[in-house]
Design a protein around this ligand. Sequence first.
Ligand SMILES: Cc1ncc(COP(=O)(O)O)c(C=O)c1O
Length: 359
Amino acid sequence: MAPSQDRPADLVRLNANESPYDLPAAIKDEILEAARDLPFNRYDPGLADGLRDQLAAYADPRSPGRVTAENVVLGNGSDEIILLVNEVFAGPGGRTVIVSPSFEMYHITAARIGAATARFELESGRAAGAGTSFALDVDRLVRACHDASVVFICRPNNPTGTVAPEEAIHRLLAETPAVVAVDEAYHEFTGLTVAPLAPRSERLVVLRTLSKLFSLAGLRLGYAIAPVSLAEKMNRARLPFNVSTFTQLAAGAVLRRRAELEPLRRAIMAESARLQGELVRRPGVTVHLSGANFILVETPLSAADLADALRRRGVLVRTYPDEPSLAHHIRVNAGRPDEGDAFLTAFDGVLSPGKDWRA
Ligand SMILES: Cc1ncc(COP(=O)(O)O)c(C=O)c1O
């Protein structure tokens, strides 16, 4: 099949925050070998409970037993978990507050199920020579959530890198009626987490995914850690068998052998640091750090023009055409070093003084 317009095979893809590395061959082989014995004819050969146990132990390794399988909801990617949160806790007639700009799926799924959505804008003021601030005003957020059904906080925020202070989460739980959905898609890179707090909270739902460091974007496994009463509601609402048995098998193996991914994590973080170090040296460029595998890059050029010019030079990056505060920002993720080199060469080709970026 010919590659699609949006996903050409020969472009350097630094636009989806994926891991540039497939699973180590030994883990992939184990999965494929074990799949031979998996009864493909059965809806449920009994893997899901074991996987929920594993995820519970992984979510709070320091206090075994505090998070249990009953706190875990499995999703077909965390996109599905985001949809479930909107469906179960906002629903038509509910109100979802979204700290913005952020991951677009919060808004897309809320709108799809008929919840009213309110974007809570991060500060987009610009200090002289320092680029956009993207700070979170916690008092204002708490006020904005006074009648919210759900509030989404991505931590660190994709794409701005903003980290909501833990105090913001505590205040939202104490002072508003909202289910507080904290998306920790990049936890494996940053170490940041409030997952251990979720089981004993009233309304904290933590969202995670195996799509990033764990290299399973294509197999689709996301999960939520939530208080039992909320997890039960989500489990009743999700479609039965929403996660394939093959994905459950693969996720179990990857979690068990996650120590073997540590070199990949280090390589991705080293590449992220290298790109940041290179970019900050370019005049006129502001780099917004995330502590994760992506970087928001602010330049004098319009994001659309820059991304088009990079694409013509073979590199895909992410832009935000509907976000006025990101009109001059592209998001690029750490890939392999050769991909990073291709990006930097293309970037310099576009932005070097005297160069015509259209060329
Ligand atoms: C913040 C955030 N949440 C969720 C996702 C989606 O993850 P999944 O592949 O598990 O649906 C992404 C993917 O880029 C993301 O950036």
